[in-house]
Design a protein around this ligand. Structure first.
Ligand SMILES: C[S@@+](CC[C@H](N)C(=O)[O-])C[C@H]1O[C@@H](n2cnc3c(N)ncnc32)[C@H](O)[C@@H]1O
Length: 417
């Protein structure tokens, strides 16, 4: 198998030592240690140099040259008290209960740096370094058949070890992508893996591995009966205090629990539903901002049209302002139609002020609303897309406009009005 397919980034001994020091600062010592993809054995060496080394260490590695290097390294250790086995095997074909024989029992540490490669990358390399296709994340449809393209090999190895060893109540400590750590935490919460504590330490992957990856040391302690799905996040291995806490709560992963608690009241099931409903092109004249109780368009003109055609609008940037503690802008959007292709000429009688306004600015429609011209829509001043909704029952509560210029309609019954 080629280097890339093996996700081969050997951990420098210095970093392995810092990691061992970091995890040992939090925990009692372990009598057993497992390095599931041990490479040339730097983690094993770091463990052997710890103040109280484990009595027994097992390493597994696929590449024979690393197996030989790791075995050689052990022979040259001055302190020969620990029992060490280096097993030449493919981690995906190891049966952890039967293929591995521990000589001792006691607290178990599983530590290492599993391969840095995704399923998708293996696909392009035409390499088979992956588990037999399983569906641990309960993926749907195509993703379930092919395996999730973004599924990281490290993620599947860590997940396999959690499942194989959870009864041993191990401590797991892995270098991995931060996204992998988050996925594992989320998946553990969904499947009730008994995590007692979890910590995530940022690692400078550029410095240690010359890799532009958001990497971390992810530490989990599993204990029967525990169910803690929060992870403290530290900005470096020797940071005395954590910066913030990530957590799986209310069915999703929260990036910062403290900030979330401040805004938790807007999370959850809303009695109002937001629906994708409108695509608007002539934003210059159709989107309005409130100034001292009057509406203004982007040309800076005051707009006075029939209110029945003016709907509340919320943009992503307004939500962001809200989160930053700033007052969001009060906005509105003119919606001249209830369905795509609806004739707007009746506005001349039903909404004469709006009709006059739209006609005065017709040039903007012609310039900005290219789909209108291209599709030769029957009616002037059409919006370029309205997602069809069920029969009209309720008043709109607002629109939310996204960066891709599609908008979302918010109605009481989830229906467009
Ligand atoms: C990121 S490197 C880390 C090596 C070592 N854990 C360290 O920290 O220095 C990943 C290691 O996983 C090994 N590896 C990749 N696929 C493997 C497999 N299927 N079974 C066992 N080892 C594998 C690679 O050969 C490589 O040594």
């Amino acid at each position: 198998m080629r280097f890339k397919a093996l996700g081969d980034f050997q951990t420098p001994l210095e970093l392995a030592k810092q990691i061992v020091q970091c995890i040992m600062a939090h925990e009692h010592h372990w009598t057993r240690a497992l390095e599931p993809t041990c490479g040339k054995g730097n983690f094993i060496q770091a463990l052997l140099q710890a103040p109280i080394p484990p009595q027994e260490i097992i390493g597994v590695e696929y590449q024979l040259r690393y197996v030989q290097q790791a075995r050689q390294l052990i022979r040259t250790q001055p302190d020969q008290r620990s029992s060490i086995q280096i097993i030449h095997a493919d981690v995906f074909s190891v049966d952890w209960q039967h293929d591995i024989t521990w000589k001792t029992c006691g607290p178990l540490l599983i530590v290492g740096n599993p391969p840095w490669v995704t399923n998708a990358a293996l696909g392009t390399l035409n390499a088979a370094n992956h588990p037999q296709k399983t569906n641990p994340k309960n993926l749907q449809g195509l993703a379930a058949i092919t395996g999730d393209a973004n599924f990281d090999l490290a993620e599947s190895i860590i997940w396999q070890l959690i499942q194989a060893f959870q009864k041993d109540e191990p401590t797991l400590a892995f270098i991995c992508k931060t996204s992998v750590a988050r996925n594992i935490l989320q998946q553990a919460a969904k499947t009730h893996i008994p995590i007692q504590t979890a910590r995530l330490y940022h690692i400078d992957a550029k410095r240690w591995f010359n890799a532009a990856v958001d990497a971390c040391l992810f530490v989990m302690e599993l204990r029967q009966g525990a169910a803690n799905y929060q992870a403290q996040v530290f900005d470096r291995l020797d940071a005395p205090n954590h910066q913030h806490t990530i957590a799986y709560t209310n069915g999703h992963l929260i990036a910062d629990v403290q900030s979330y608690q401040q805004w938790a009241f807007i999370d959850g099931t809303s009695s109002l539903s937001w629906r994708s409903g409108l695509k608007h092109d002539a934003a210059t004249i159709m989107e309005l901002t409130d100034k001292n109780g009057s509406w203004y368009n982007r040309l800076g003109e005051r707009v006075d049209v029939e209110p029945a055609y003016v709907y509340p609008l919320v943009k992503g940037s307004d939500i962001q302002r809200l989160f930053l503690g700033k007052t969001p802008h009060k906005r509105a959007v003119i919606v001249p139609q209830k369905r795509l292709g609806e004739d707007t000429t009746h506005l001349a009688h039903t909404a004469p002020k709006l009709w006059a306004y739209l006609n005065e600015h017709a040039a903007h429609f012609k310039k900005e609303n290219r789909p209108y011209i291209a599709t030769n829509r029957p009616s002037p001043f059409s919006v370029s897309a309205i997602i069809p909704f069920h029969p009209i029952k309720s008043r709109c509560q607002g629109f939310i406009k996204t960066h891709d210029s599609s908008s979302y309609v918010h109605t009481k019954s989830g229906q467009f009005c």
